[in-house]
Design a protein around this ligand. Sequence first.
Ligand SMILES: Nc1ncnc2c1ncn2[C@@H]1O[C@H](COP(=O)(O)OP(=O)(O)OC[C@H]2O[C@@H]([n+]3cccc(C(=O)O)c3)[C@H](O)[C@@H]2O)[C@@H](O)[C@H]1O
Ligand SMILES: Nc1ncnc2c1ncn2[C@@H]1O[C@H](COP(=O)(O)OP(=O)(O)OP(=O)(O)O)[C@@H](O)[C@H]1O
Ligand SMILES: NC(=O)CC[C@H](N)C(=O)O
Length: 535
Amino acid sequence: MNIALAQLNCTLGDLAGNVSKILHACQQARQAGAGLVVTPEMALCGHPPQDWLLRTDFIQACQQALASLATQIYDMTLVVGHPAYLDGKLYNAASVIRAGRIVATYHKRHLLNDGLFNDQRYFEAGGQPCIFEHDGITLGLAICADCQLLPHLQSTRQMGAQLLLVLSASPFRLDKLADRQQRVREGVLHTGMPAIYVNLVGGQDELVFDGASFAINAQGEVTHQLTAFREMLGKVEIKDNQLVPSPCTPLPDRISGIYSALCLGVRDFIEKNRIAGVLIGLSGGIDSALVLAIAVDALGSDRVRTVMMPSPYTIDISIQDARVMADNLGVHHEEIPIATLFKNFLQTLRPALEAFPSPSNPTTAENLQARIRGTLLMALANQYGLLVLTTSNKSETAVGYSTLYGDMAGGLSVLKDVSKTLVYQLCYHRNHISPIIPERILQRPPSAELRPNQTDQDSLPPYDRLDAIIAAHVEQGMSLEAITNLGYEENEVRRVLRLIHSSEYKRRQAAPGIRITRRDLGQSWRFPLTSHFLK
Ligand SMILES: Nc1ncnc2c1ncn2[C@@H]1O[C@H](COP(=O)(O)OP(=O)(O)OC[C@H]2O[C@@H]([n+]3cccc(C(=O)O)c3)[C@H](O)[C@@H]2O)[C@@H](O)[C@H]1O
Ligand SMILES: Nc1ncnc2c1ncn2[C@@H]1O[C@H](COP(=O)(O)OP(=O)(O)OP(=O)(O)O)[C@@H](O)[C@H]1O
Ligand SMILES: NC(=O)CC[C@H](N)C(=O)O
């Protein structure tokens, strides 16, 4: 017996498109000799549908799509993930379809409420395991987080299941792939029931589902491993009740996994929102260089444009490096000096600025440059039908080192969850594949170039310390005292935590960003705007 693992890239709300994708997978499976196809969690409607699940028109459309899908499955068995409305309650479900009808439906039991997934806001928890027969084997079902629910695994086993099918929508984050397999392995070893885990692939707003579907035999060994970050169909052969091992695709290493996640996140955001391409303000610095590399790898050079907008403080090598970078990647590059606009703005503002009695604030003129650039970028985006990619990294986003309506203007923040330290590692990784980022960009001290000889380190602690403190506080939830106990200087830690919590107002207005860590500064970070604690 062969089971096909349909590692699909579904689009949220595109019910007709998802149904044809699932039918196409069934057709491919048939050709590959597999009579049973398993899809990811919520493959019918995409995941996570969030508050669409509270809309009756959405749920009805899902029910109709499921009914239509069922009538088209006649010579095989399909296990598909979908929302199910029953007796006034909504469930996160997996249905077994055979000979044109639904023969069994399982309801997810382990509903998460962890900041990213709010299953408890939408769904009732299921109460029963679900098994079905196929080719003489008894199969049990689980949906994503269920595979860690030992009582569910045990009761499924006790009902006679010999193999567990897990329909999943588990997003990427650092170190997640091995972690996920370990969690599934624990359940397998606990029950002696091998598992096939089929994960969604593709970007959905901030989330990137990495796929990387796999099978684990009763001994806890990975027998099958599908490629990460790619839509594909895998096949698991079962002989004498055993999974027959097949050559496993290696999992990506830490840095190439992050790079692939960022590319897939950008590609799917642009493609699924039907946007023609992207526009990037290219400064000759490292952040915009990395964003450009990712954008070109994601979309191809013909869908990416760059603009260098020198101000009086932009040094020549920045202009040159931006040119070289754009040339290396073959993108359309423009240079639009902003010195005259900057001068005109200051002249126009002068009477009002001088009327203000207190000493002049240098930030006013610094931010004006960033805002002029934001305005020009948005004008070009309107003209060309493009989306502006913002370039602030996680270190800057955490401490508010960016200008509202300036360099924060844009539709997607590619590096929002990537610390400055990681920015460097990603650049070296990308240059190792082919040297596209000029060495000088990698070697120069980071600078906003908003005043003469400015460097980031004038305003912020060195990035290695800053990033460590941010990671300790944001990702690991550590307190001021706990971070100080790690050996960091108390005043510095206090200053960084203050900056983090004082810049919440900026993050609420920031573009969404692609999540790659346990706790990004988007949906998994929910702090009030008004709070005096730690400020
Ligand atoms: N709690 C609150 N809720 C809502 N709004 C609040 C607020 N507190 C201040 N504000 C408003 O926000 C304004 C301050 O924010 P904003 O105007 O953005 O400016 P601000 O944060 O004062 O300055 C931006 C900083 O980022 C640096 N920067 C800028 C651009 C790029 C880079 C880089 O290297 O990438 C660095 C720049 O050198 C400067 O240090 C206030 O004037 C006030 O109007
Ligand atoms: N001269 C410029 N021309 C075009 N875009 C610019 C210019 N200066 C800044 N930007 C845009 O604003 C963003 C913020 O850049 P800034 O130089 O202030 O700091 P940064 O965080 O060091 O970024 P980078 O490393 O890309 O320079 C840049 O990434 C870029 O998108
Ligand atoms: N869809 C889910 O149930 C997600 C479960 C869990 N957070 C994971 O990422 O694996």
